[in-house]
Design a protein around this ligand. Structure first.
Ligand SMILES: Cc1ncc(COP(=O)(O)O)c(C=O)c1O
Length: 448
């Protein structure tokens, strides 16, 4: 029997209380890559980065239901990706600036309605590239949402500028235009608008400030704002193709723009500051932000399956909505003008720690979302208050969401949540649990 997703190994790991992969890549069974990954996974112990997460088994054993190892995320690599990678290998071009990179950039531009795309080694560097191309640096301020993965704020710090946090709106969880208005000063050089958790920002409302906008669409592949695809807003937009994203290149990203001048600047900075026609001559401080040809080859295969991969996550999200409708947990809000595209299905619950203990104890890799940036001194230099971001951050959690999930997996996850919600209404059934803080702690260590 073949087991291309390594389910048996993962189930065995759960039953024995061993280690469960944090995420994994799906390879065709019997392939060299699959054999290699099977060997890598076997020890399940040690510090193989991003692979293993020790399950914290609490003493919550009342009415224990069966266990199943369901990772939060799992990349879906098919035959198409393998064929492109083989072609790149056969051609012997595995570093950056190869034909697969150029083809990926061309096809991405078409897909997100942009004139120019620069592929990068990851999404964080795409944001940094956008900031550098706009000349943003020391003494400048950039508005960033108070709730997001840290990369946008870190990128602002990396170029020497200051991230100024603004609260999110309760009906979109994206930048609140009214709060942005409060944060603008004579130093504000740009707004970094993050399409958080698959939901587009209110771009018409943000455009009224007349500031350059960088759109961070890392988590929103396939989403639309009033019919237009995300990634087509802002003077420059950025995507991530990390393994946990709907479309992946393993690690990877891109910066997109309609400005030939900005595109040119980004290519030069991303390639050691060299112009293609003047190798080894450096007029600007460059970096190496290039995506490899092998990563681009994986991306071409994923682009062939763009609609299928994105639809799969949205189907899973819709199934969760149905299954969890009467449990008392709330789904992420979606504005009426938005075509939301699910990255990780997100719910809010009143007593998240207990819910997480219960579902994680059953092998479901659900997690608390990021803490608000306003609670982290590195990012919060002002004195504002961020009630919406902090409330969402304290209640929201992710459920496993990846294209290879079966209906049975989705039902299992929903059932563990439903069961946990029922217990939460009966507080006396929760044992005083030491593993609760451990689980929240783990969530902070292990980014998605
Ligand atoms: C909103 C957001 N921006 C940027 C990034 C950074 O992308 P990468 O991990 O490819 O560097 C992420 C990653 O998850 C993200 O969620």
């Amino acid at each position: 029997m073949t087991d291309p997703r390594g389910n048996q190994a993962r189930r065995r790991a759960v039953v024995t209380g061993d280690l469960i992969p944090l995420w994994h890549v799906k390879y065709s069974a019997g392939s060299p890559a699959h054999r290699c990954m099977t060997v890598l996974k076997r020890p399940f112990r040690g510090s193989l980065k991003g692979w293993a997460l020790k399950t914290a088994h609490a003493a919550v054993d009342v009415d224990r239901i069966s266990r199943r190892a369901i990772p939060l995320s799992s990349a879906d690599i098919g035959m198409s990706e393998r064929a492109y990678v083989e072609a790149a290998l056969d051609a012997g071009w595995i570093s950056g600036t190869g034909p697969q990179v150029k083809e990926l950039e061309r096809r991405l531009a078409e897909r997100i309605s942009r004139a120019h795309v620069t592929a990068t080694a990851n999404g964080t560097l795409a944001i940094e590239l956008a900031l550098r191309a706009l000349g943003i640096g020391r003494g400048d301020e950039v508005i960033v949402p108070a709730l997001t993965f840290a990369a946008p704020a870190s990128s602002v710090l990396a170029v020497g500028a200051t991230p100024i946090l603004a609260d999110i709106a309760p009906d979109t969880w994206t930048l609140c235009p009214d709060d942005v208005a409060e944060r603008i000063t004579h130093r504000t050089r740009a707004i970094l608008a993050v399409d958080i958790l698959g939901h587009p920002c209110d771009y018409d409302a943000l455009a009224q400030f007349g500031l350059p906008m960088i759109e961070d669409a890392a988590e929103a592949h396939g989403a639309r704002y009033k019919g237009r695809p995300v990634g087509s807003f802002g003077v420059i937009s950025a995507f991530s193709f990390h393994a946990n994203k709907a479309i992946t290149t393993g690690e990877g990203g891109c910066a997109a723009t309609d400005s030939a001048e900005l595109a040119d600047r980004m290519r030069v900075i991303a390639n050691h500051g060299m112009r293609p026609d003047r190798p080894y001559v450096h007029d600007v401080v460059g970096r190496n932000h290039r995506m490899t040809n092998l990563a681009a080859a994986v991306g071409l295969g994923q682009l062939d399956r763009w609609d299928e991969l994105i639809a799969a996550r949205n189907r899973i999200s819709a199934e969760y909505d149905l299954l969890l409708a009467s449990t008392g947990c709330a789904a992420r809000p979606v504005a009426q003008w938005a075509d939301y595209s699910c990255w990780l299905h997100t719910i809010t619950v009143g007593n998240r720690s207990e819910i997480l203990v219960h579902v994680r104890d059953r092998g479901v890799d659900a997690r608390a979302i990021w803490p608000a940036l306003s609670t982290q001194p590195l990012f919060n230099v002002g004195d504002g208050s961020f009630p919406v971001a902090e409330a969402v951050a304290s209640q929201a959690m992710w459920l496993p969401t990846f294209s290879g999930m079966t209906t049975s997996d989705i039902q299992f996850v929903a059932e563990t949540v439903r069961q946990a919600m029922t217990r939460a209404e009966e507080p006396q059934r929760w044992p005083a649990s030491a593993s609760c803080s451990a689980i929240i702690g783990m969530t902070c260590i292990c980014r998605t």
